[in-house]
Design a protein around this ligand. Structure first.
Ligand code: FE2
Length: 295
């Protein structure tokens, strides 16, 4: 399920790409790729911290910016309340406007504290917030460079301490609902050729980036075992899974024979973000460098 953008990009630049020649490319989305490198700025869980987001944007010089969700702070009981949704829409647009100062493509997904109307894959039920400048992901994959796509799914599933529910999930109230969303909305995005960046709000259960070790010794488990299976089954085409949600799970987890990556950049709320450098060699993209940063 690739966009028409992917077709235009490939048609115009496929020859240079196949020859692996360094080139510069400026698309209608203003992506400029130099020497087949792509620098990603990853932010997540801003929770309305506008000043911190401003500072991060000032300090980074990326080709593309990704936001892994939780722009807002809506309490779960008000998440479908019209007044909260309207305020959230203004907040998300304000944050997108801050990010848009870079003049680079922006890809965003909703977290569990963002309004339901932000969930594109539930569009028939919720509609669209109509956020301008950024591309809201979650219904289809998006081609961002020759042979490279973003597949995405927002929201969260319930988190547990042992068998005990600790955080409710939204919009997935059970792990089974989250599994169905992965099957129905995420897996089909991976059906095409090429390689994929997987942008999710929640992480895979095997990664310590989606666990929180409390001082009392209890461990909050917020990951998805279905997402873990998806990563393992599609390891050959997934470059990296970038996720947010667990503010304290900042870090990089490697898995598989070729050390594929799971990255949690941490929360802008706590001054954290990340930069990822991707490099294309012999027509294959690889993760060249991941920098976890703090302001
Ligand atoms: Fe979250």
């Amino acid at each position: 399920m690739h966009s028409s953008f992917a077709y235009i990009l490939n048609k115009r630049h496929i020859i240079n790409f196949l020859r692996n020649r360094p080139y510069c490319l400026k698309t209608k989305h203003s992506i400029r790729i130099s020497n087949m490198e792509l620098k990603l700025l990853i932010v997540s869980d801003t929770h309305e911290c506008y000043d911190t987001l401003n500072t991060i944007i000032d300090r980074s010089d990326p080709d593309i910016i990704l936001h892994a969700g939780d722009f807002c702070n809506i309490p779960l009981e008000f998440i479908e309340d019209a007044k909260y949704i309207e305020e959230a829409k203004e907040s998300i647009q304000r944050q997108v406007d801050i990010i848009a100062r870079k003049g680079k493509p922006i890809y965003i997904i909703p977290g569990n504290h963002d309004p339901g109307a932000f969930f594109k894959h539930l569009e028939a039920k919720y509609g669209d917030l109509g956020i301008h400048t950024a591309k809201t992901l979650g219904a289809q994959s998006e081609c961002i460079a020759p042979g490279l796509h973003i597949a995405a799914l927002g929201g969260s599933l319930p988190a547990y301490i042992g068998e005990r529910l600790h955080w409710k999930g939204y919009p997935y109230t059970t792990e089974q609902e989250c599994d169905s969303a992965i099957t129905n909305y995420l897996e089909p995005q991976l059906a095409g050729d090429g390689q994929y960046i997987l942008l999710t709000h929640f992480g895979p259960s095997f990664s310590p980036t989606c666990r929180f070790y409390q001082t009392c010794g209890e461990i909050i488990e917020a990951g998805s075992s279905k997402l873990e299976d998806l990563l393992i089954d599609n390891a050959s085409k997934i470059l990296i899974n970038i996720h947010g949600h667990t503010h304290w799970g900042v870090g990089v987890f490697s898995f598989g024979d070729d050390m594929k990556k799971v990255l949690n950049p941490g929360a802008v709320l706590y001054n954290n973000y990340a930069e990822v450098l991707l490099k294309c060699e012999n027509s294959l993209w690889k993760v060249q460098e991941i920098q976890l940063k703090q302001i």
